[in-house]
Design a protein around this ligand. Structure first.
Ligand code: TXA
Ligand code: MG
Length: 344
């Protein structure tokens, strides 16, 4: 797509406007990483606090030296194995990097995305692009152009449509700015994949969701309804920072508890929406039950879109069957589900 649309998108970006573009992970909301006004516009559109750092997307390895200093050997090994790809590396920042990019920290996050449209855009633009996921702060990341259009309408100059994202959840982030390499955000490039290239890697704190048992989870939902009835909005999921959350309360329930949980909900007349590995259960409409694949790659590709669809159905709660927790291939997915899950 190195064509008129890409050229137009690049010229909007040079003017300081926002352009959404597809990456292999999720759609990004792009702005010129060296234009403070553009970045301010971006934060405003997302409704994101300005102290949160953003990832700089670059076209090639050579460009990294414009953004980072004291680059360790692990960086080059990982770049060789995983770039372009769904891996973001945090390095010591170069002096010239704007505080608006780093959130005032002394590090900068960098990534070469693996998507032909993203790469063509970066090449035509010729510089670095900051691109947080193109969703409002705290909401689910978009994996289709339509998701971005639904959320941003007139706030972006252009949305480049690259079809569905192939990875489906955000990149793995690893900190290489000093000390032991450490995963800051798990993703589809797992700790095992990283350590097979550079040896020792510190995994994130265990983020597997320990779902409450059926009765407790249901009690939480009932309690929330009561809370909103009395005018308190403090428990509205998604109003809390760092949730990648649908508006409907979401619960992750272990496989062995799954049917008893659904029965408990039915007894309480709760309208439940389901994401499961199991086929649609009798008593559920097709539109309220989504069966996903047992493979983490396919599950990741579909989960955000599935949650967005269910979120439109006006249910009382979304119930997700917990994926296996032994295999590190699922850890990015567990992380996102636990962030999306409703908490008191
Ligand atoms: O897959 C992705 O990474 C997508 C696509 C569009 O590239 N982008 C994305 O960006 O997920 P965003 O802004 O939604 O998430 C960026 C994450 C945040 O959690 C932020 O805290 C972290 O990167 N981050 C950015 N700069 C950092 C830094 N210097 N040190 C530590 N974390 C940083
Ligand atoms: Mg995001």
């Amino acid at each position: 797509m190195r064509d008129a649309l890409i050229e137009k998108a690049a010229s909007f970006l040079k003017e300081g406007l926002l352009v959404s573009f597809p990456t292999e992970t999720v759609y990004g909301l792009g702005a010129d990483a060296s234009n403070e006004t553009a970045i301010r516009r971006l934060y405003q559109a997302k409704g994101r606090p300005s102290t949160h750092p953003v990832i700089v997307h670059v076209h090639s390895l050579d460009a990294v030296r414009n953004w980072a200093v004291d680059i360790p050997p692990e960086f080059f090994k990982l770049a060789e194995s995983f770039w372009p790809g769904p891996l973001t590396m945090v390095l010591k920042r170069a002096n010239s990097v704007l505080n608006a990019v780093t959130g005032g920290q002394d590090t900068v996050a960098l990534r070469i995305p693996k998507h032909p449209i993203a790469l063509a855009l970066l090449e035509a633009f010729g510089g670095g692009l900051v691109a947080p996921s193109a969703n409002k702060f705290g909401r689910l990341s978009p994996t289709l152009a339509q998701h971005v259009i639904d959320e941003f309408k007139d706030e972006v100059a252009m949305v480049l449509d690259g079809g569905p994202c192939n990875v489906g959840i955000e990149s793995t982030i690893i900190n290489l700015s000093g000390g032991r390499p450490r995963i800051l955000r798990p993703g589809m490039i797992s700790v095992d994949m990283l350590s097979s290239v550079i040896g020792d890697v510190e995994a994130p704190a265990n983020s597997v969701t320990h779902a409450t048992n059926a009765k407790n989870a249901l009690a939480q939902v009932v309690a929330t309804d009561t809370a909103s009835d009395t005018g308190s909005d403090i428990r509205v999921p998604g109003a809390l920072a760092s949730h990648y959350a649908p508006e409907t309360p979401l619960h992750v329930v272990p496989s062995h508890d799954f049917y008893s949980f659904l029965e408990e909900c039915a007894k309480n007349n709760r309208r439940v929406l389901v994401v499961s590995f199991k086929p649609q259960h009798s008593g559920f409409e097709p539109s309220s039950w989504i069966t996903l694949a047992q493979e983490p790659e396919e599950f990741a590709r579909q989960i955000y879109g599935a949650l967005r669809l269910l979120d439109k159905r006006n249910g009382d709660l979304i119930v997700v069957e917990s994926p296996p927790d032994k295999d590190t291939g699922w850890s990015g997915i567990h992380d996102r589900l636990s962030r999306a899950a409703f908490r008191e």
